[in-house]
Design a protein around this ligand. Structure first.
Ligand SMILES: *Cc1c(COP(=O)(O)O)cnc(C)c1O
Length: 377
């Protein structure tokens, strides 16, 4: 029996091996390892696909968030609102630039930031009067875009900068509008296990704002001015290298031609059976998920942990994303504002389970996941 991969990176490489090897060899021979032509080519293709004027690649998704915060002068005295149920990096850079993260509860069905809780959290910050509400970072968690129609209303009402964390959302959409185009800024990550991953670390920032795009380009290259040895501000060294851009050019093509559809089909097959027993991923009408994860919700922790152990005994990997809510991360102790009501987020941490999901799962493997599940219930 095949070993079922949780993310399918090995099989993906086997499928794309010739094209990837060829482009990697070309970059090696050409020897422009930093800022080679593949980087600009990738930025052009990604910005066209996403529908955003500018794409600025950088070293990883966490740097992308930090660059956006710095470019907007976010720092001491600023409150930045983020969902309580997400990967740590969504919030990590907020105290790093001196600002204060404010954790917001999520919707129990979509797992994404709840616009009503967001509005309440902004009101709490205003009442306390110590911080300026400055920005909100909704996350397209597990590949499902956040509820931007409602979030944009709140952002406008309070004049918040909207930063879309699409590290897990690349390839998703709401109707015709693609993820990475919903905010004033969007970021994504090319970490290998993300929807569009490279063979190391990588990230990108998207915006329509020309001035900010120039500023971010400068910030990611040592605060560069008109030429390489003209440094007009303090910046970072955060570039996507040419090899990773080349790998991404190959993978992006397959991603939009085949992989996104393949994952949608697997999602449908999983849900057809699983919806009879558990809460399956909820995709609101008009939304398209890139299926970064396929995450089900069990009634309680004992059932969730029991299922995880049972699947493992049948050779099926599964993961708990995420076991700890942001407001309970020790790194944030004393840095955030006193959490309000984060019941949904806290509950999800003990009830969710992500199943193997990647475009190269074979029908017999999907069958094995489903029958292992059925033998548990
Ligand atoms: C992975 C991830 C990031 C950070 O991306 P890196 O490239 O790993 O730095 C940020 N936010 C979310 C939601 C993520 O899943």
């Amino acid at each position: 029996m095949n070993h079922i991969e949780f993310k399918g990176l090995r099989r993906q490489y086997q499928e794309q091996k010739e094209k990837i090897n060829e482009i990697v060899m070309r970059v090696m021979a050409q020897s422009q390892y930093i800022d080679g032509p593949e980087v600009a080519e990738l930025e052009k293709r990604l910005s066209e696909y996403v529908g955003s004027k500018y794409c600025i690649t950088c070293a990883n998704g966490t740097d992308a968030l930090q660059l956006v915060l710095i470019a907007n002068n976010i720092g001491r005295g600023d409150a930045v609102f983020i969902p309580d149920f997400t990967f740590f990096a969504t919030g990590e850079m907020i105290p790093m630039v001196g600002a204060t993260p404010v954790f917001v509860d999520v919707d129990p069905k979509t797992f994404n930031i709840d616009p009503v809780s967001l509005q309440n959290a902004v009101e709490v910050v205003l009442e306390e009067g110590n911080l300026r509400p400055t920005a909100v970072i909704p996350v397209d968690l597990f590949g499902l875009p956040a509820d931007y129609a409602s979030i944009i209303e709140v952002a406008k009402r309070y004049n918040l900068i909207l930063i879309e964390d699409a590290a897990q959302g690349f390839g998703s959409a709401i109707n015709e509008k693609r993820a990475c185009s919903f905010g004033d800024f969007a970021i994504t990550s090319f970490f290998p296990a993300k929807p569009l991953g490279c063979y190391g670390d990588g990230g990108a920032i998207f915006t329509n704002d020309e001035e900010c795009a120039c500023l971010i380009k400068s910030l990611k290259t040592h605060g560069q001015g008109n030429h390489k040895y003209d440094n007009i501000r303090l910046g970072m060294n955060s570039r996507l290298d040419t090899l990773q851009a080349a790998v991404l050019l190959v993978k992006f093509k397959v991603f939009i031609e085949y992989e996104l559809h393949a994952m949608s089909n697997i999602h449908a097959q999983y849900s057809e059976t699983l919806q009879n027993y558990v809460e399956v991923p909820y995709v609101p009408h008009g939304f398209f998920s890139c299926n970064a994860q396929y995450t089900i919700k069990l009634p309680d922790r004992a059932k969730r942990d029991g299922l995880k152990a049972h699947l493992l005994s049948q050779g099926i990997p599964s993961m708990v994303y995420y076991p700890v809510p942001m407001h309970r991360q020790r790194a944030f102790h004393g840095l955030g504002i006193k959490p309000v009501n984060l019941a949904n987020s806290t509950n999800l941490c003990s009830t969710v389970l992500s199943l193997p999901m990647h475009p190269y799962l074979e029908p017999d493997e999907i069958g094995r996941v489903l029958s292992a599940f059925e033998s548990f219930v």
